[in-house]
Design a protein around this ligand. Structure first.
Ligand code: FES
Ligand SMILES: [Fe+2]
Length: 378
C-alpha cells in the first residue's frame, strides 16, 4: 500500500476514534485514491447487501432489474412462485451479458448464441450443441446470488453467505416499520450517472446542513428545518436523522385515510443511510430512495425511485397531478444537488482541501466515516 493511501486510512481512523464534538470531514484524497476504491470494492461492495430496487417495481413473474455491482453485472427476477431470485448477469457459454436495464421476459435468451434459460436460471436450450459430445443442458445454470428483501426493497450480495438483512436492520424496522413503505406505489424510477465519487453523494443525501442554502427554493421553502431536525448516533448497519414537523406546518403529513401511522410519525420525515450506499427519504406521503454504486473513483451510478402511498393516489381527484407535482419537486431538488456534489468532488482534488469541522447537522457524515473506518482500516 502506498504512503498516500496509508495516510488517508490513518486520517480516517483518527477521525473515527475521537468524539463527535471533535469530528472533521473525511480526508479529501479519500475521494480520489484508486487503492481506496479497490478496498471499498473488496470490503464493502462485494460483501455488504446492495439495494437493487423495490419489489413493487417488479410485480409480475419475469419482471427483472439489472445493476452492475462494480465489475459484476447482476439481475434480480421475479419467479413464477412470486419470490425474487438474483443471478450473475453472465451467460455460462461465453460470458455475454444476458439482460440490460429493466423489463420483462418469459425466458432469458442470450443475445449472442441464443442459449436460453428458465427464470430460475436453469439452461433449457442451446442451439446446435447436440453436435457437441456429452453436452447436456441439464448440467448448466446461471450462478445464483444471495438475495434478500426488507420493507419492500430488494438486496443482492456478492458474498456467498451473507448474514440476513432484517436482523441487522431490526432497530430501523422498529423506527419506520409502521410507515408500511413496502406498500407505497412506485411512480418513477431511473438510472443515471453523475461525475462524482460515490461517497460525496451518500454524504450529501444525509447532510441536513445544506438544505437552507442549496434547497432554499425547494425542500427549504417551507421555512427553517434546522430546529426541527433531530440526529442520532449511527449503528453498525445504518445511520439516520429525522425532521419532526408540527401539526400547524403544512408540508409532509399522513393522509386522513391512513389509520396505521401513529403519533409523531404522522408528521415526521426520516433520512436513512443503510450502509454502504442505500439512502432513503421516508415521509408519510412519499418515499424517495437512491441505490448508489461507484463506477470508478470519479463516477457514480445511481438508481433512484419515488413512491407514493396508495391512499394518497386513490383519493386524488387526478392521480397524475399528484405524481407530477411530487416529481417536479424531486427533479428540482436533484438539479440543485447535482452541481454542488460534482463541485465538491472536483475541489477535494486540490492539495488545499482540508478536513473541516462538522456542524451538528452533519452528524450522519461522521457515522458514515466511522462505518468506513471500521471496514477499511483494520
Ligand atoms: S455467450 Fe451466451 S450463448 Fe454464447
Ligand atoms: Fe440536497
Amino acid at each position: 500500500m502506498s504512503l498516500a493511501t496509508e495516510s488517508i486510512l490513518k486520517a480516517l481512523a483518527d477521525n473515527a476514534a475521537g468524539s463527535f464534538g471533535d469530528a472533521k470531514s473525511l480526508p479529501p484524497p479519500i475521494y480520489h485514491d484508486s487503492p481506496i476504491l479497490q478496498l471499498e470494492i473488496d470490503r464493502l461492495f462485494r460483501k455488504d447487501w446492495i439495494c437493487i430496487g423495490r419489489l413493487a417495481e417488479m410485480p409480475n413473474p419475469g419482471d427483472y432489474i439489472c445493476r452492475n455491482i462494480v465489475d459484476s453485472p447482476v439481475f434480480v427476477v421475479r419467479q413464477k412462485d412470486r419470490t425474487v431470485n438474483a443471478f450473475a448477469n453472465v451467460c455460462v457459454h461465453r460470458a455475454a451479458q444476458l439482460l440490460a436495464g429493466e423489463g420483462h421476459v418469459s425466458r432469458i435468451s442470450c443475445p449472442y448464441h441464443s442459449w436460453t434459460y428458465e427464470l430460475d436460471g436453469q439452461l433449457i436450450g442451446a442451439p446446435f450443441m447436440n453436435e457437441t459430445s456429452g453436452f447436456d443442458v441439464g448440467d448448466y445454470r446461471l450462478k445464483r446470488l444471495a438475495c434478500d428483501t426488507w420493507e419492500g426493497f430488494v438486496y443482492v450480495s456478492l458474498d456467498p453467505q451473507p448474514a440476513p438483512v432484517a436482523p441487522a436492520l431490526a432497530e430501523l424496522t422498529a423506527l419506520v416499520g409502521n410507515y408500511r413503505m413496502g406498500d407505497y406505489v412506485p411512480v418513477f424510477e431511473q438510472t443515471e450517472t453523475w461525475d462524482t465519487n460515490w461517497k460525496c453523494l451518500v454524504e450529501n443525501f444525509m447532510d441536513s446542513y445544506h438544505i437552507h442554502r442549496v434547497h432554499k427554493d425547494s425542500f427549504g421553502k417551507y421555512g427553517h428545518y434546522e430546529d426541527l431536525t433531530q440526529l442520532f448516533p449511527g449503528g453498525d448497519a445504518f445511520s439516520y436523522h429525522f425532521v419532526q414537523e408540527t401539526e400547524e406546518r403544512k408540508s409532509f403529513h399522513a393522509h386522513p385515510d391512513n389509520s396505521w401511522l401513529t403519533g409523531d410519525n404522522r408528521d415526521r420525515t426520516y433520512l436513512v443511510n443503510i450502509f454502504p450506499a442505500h439512502v432513503i427519504q421516508l415521509q408519510p406521503d412519499l418515499l424517495w430512495y437512491l441505490s448508489i454504486l461507484p463506477d470508478g473513483v470519479d463516477k457514480v451510478s445511481i438508481r433512484w425511485g419515488v413512491s407514493i402511498p396508495a391512499e394518497i393516489l386513490d383519493s386524488a381527484q387526478d392521480r397524475q397531478d399528484v405524481i407530477d407535482e411530487e416529481m417536479a419537486l424531486i427533479h428540482r431538488v436533484n438539479s440543485e444537488d447535482r452541481p454542488i456534489v460534482e463541485n465538491v468532488f472536483q475541489a477535494t482534488r486540490s492539495p488545499d482541501a482540508v478536513q473541516g469541522p462538522l456542524s451538528r447537522l452533519e452528524r450522519n457524515l461522521w457515522d458514515f466515516g466511522r462505518y468506513l473506518a471500521r471496514n477499511l482500516c483494520s
